[in-house]
Write a protein that binds this ligand. Sequence first.
Ligand code: GUN
Ligand code: ZN
Length: 644
Amino acid sequence: MFEVKHRDGLARICSFETAHGTVETPAVMPVINPNKLVAPPKKLKEQFGAQIIITNSYVIKQSEELREKALKDGLHEMLDFDGPIMTDSGTFQAYVYGSVDTNPEEILKFQKDIGSDIITILDRFTEPEDNKELVEEKVRDTIQRAEDAVEEYGRSETHLSLPIQGSIFTELRKDAAEGISKLDAKAVYPIGGVVPLMEDYRFKDLAEVIIASKKGLGPKGPVHLFGAGHPMIFSLAVLLGCDMFDSSSYIKYARRGDFMFPTGTRKLEHTYEITCDCPSCNGRSVEDFRGMDEDERTKLIAEHNLRQMFIEIRRIKQAIRDGSLWELVERRCRSHPQLYEVYEILKKRWRFLELYEPRSRKSALMYTGRETLDRPAVKRVQRWIMNEYQPHFDEPTFLFKVNENEKPYNRHLMFEISEIFKRTEADLLLSTPIGPVPMELDEIYPIAQSIFPRGMRDEELVNEYLEKKGIDDLLVWDGIESLSSVENGSSGNLDVMRVKTVANYQFGKGAGEVLTDGQLRFVKNRKGRVKNVILDDEHILSVRHYDGFFTLKTEGAEILKDHFQAPYLRVKVDDDSAEFNRKGRNVFSKFVLNVDEDLRPGDEALIVDKNDNMVAVGRMFLAKDEILEYDTGMAVRVREGIEK
Ligand code: GUN
Ligand code: ZN
């Protein structure tokens, strides 16, 4: 079983159940060399928090002693580890040495016989230098072997590890992933053939490969980045949807005297100060490390490296929980110029990333540099304002050059707004770091919930906006004198404008009009801020104080349902589920028949039965494709059921 517990975009914290216990992902699997245990697996679990390990079945099979022992006692006893163990197949050895002394059936059966929890097929390693024909052939063979494996072991308790190959041909990667994803088995999905990309710091290619594989795989998981063991790429890989890593690099690096950090690697010979305080480094000087015997040094540095990997994974989980993973990735990408190149890809692929992008997050969006403006969270609202937003009035438009330390902006412009609205109704536009923002949107994520350097503005985008909307009559606010020529007898109301605009942004074009079509009234808090929206004496919407969006009351939901045709905004459930949802219970993936493709995690959703009768209102937890794919887990958190 694989279940999403927390998420941020494609990044996810999941529980992954195996025959030897449950793993919480993202997880790193230390690679255990069965010939030479640098750190005993038990210690890895107790002292480092390793939940799952990986070892190589081919290496075991080739040694008579290990082979007999593993077959007799089982892998878990041989390694003295009672948690989940994954085994690899010899593919990497075939890549390094040109061939291996086994075949697909034999090595899979051997893994099964020694009691591995996750058995890897003998996939064909695709190299960056391979030509397209060769890659096609290798992908075809790999998928064939995956099919054979599913045929043989698909119904057993053991998980299959079915790698996605395809080198750097993104179309082939996507097709390969699609082919693998169609197979019906309990599986882990490694992205294979990426070690040479890692070794050459070809992170841009790596990012493209991950994205292409994810496109083909859909929400299936866990996704394992095969052979990726440097903590500097973990956060990026998790952001793009990877769940598991394996690493033998902690030892390989240690043998060379290389200390790993999430920001890069430092050689002992270039180390003048010990900058880590982990139990391996604490109290030791550079001279201590240089003077000690090689085995001791390798062991200590390997343990330091392992700790850095596990700490980085915990940091990533913390960031997923509080909604700050993008910031972490942006900081990490500044650790190395080749990692920085990945921005190009994140920018280019924002539409794909946006499909999983939540409408808001717990923590504010923090500007870490120019690239922050290319995040899907920013792009989405920018595009909407530029392409979808309709100014309310013919003229005039007032433009305010706002300050970043005065947010939400409208609360620092109350006097100005009231003076303007006494004399006229007008559109109020803000010149902000992300470009033009209508005043009515200024409380929503990420406009209010963001921190940019003071004085930053994108005036080019403002000009583009004015041209696009055909606004000639612009009054740049310059104190009360700006009002001298304005007086047309009408008066403005920001609250009404806000309901219209936020609803149109949140629910779609036209929502703002239908939700304000009648006697509109507001319930406000002591500070004068709108809490509830009342239409014709019905409470239709509440304002979420933390991100400015609306939660739907059932009366508001009914209005939207009448206005928008199915399947828009809807999650359709089967009859059994409908009964429960009417009582206010959450919607589980298994019972969902269909989901509107515009709904994103965190969106308000109308839960309807087969006949489009509304049974409840709630908030999306999963993305559409996840709901349709998973058999377990909550899909929509129900807020209000509608009893018959
Ligand atoms: N180890 C590192 N890369 C790979 C890969 O692509 N396939 C397998 N089976 N093992 C690997
Ligand atoms: Zn250390």
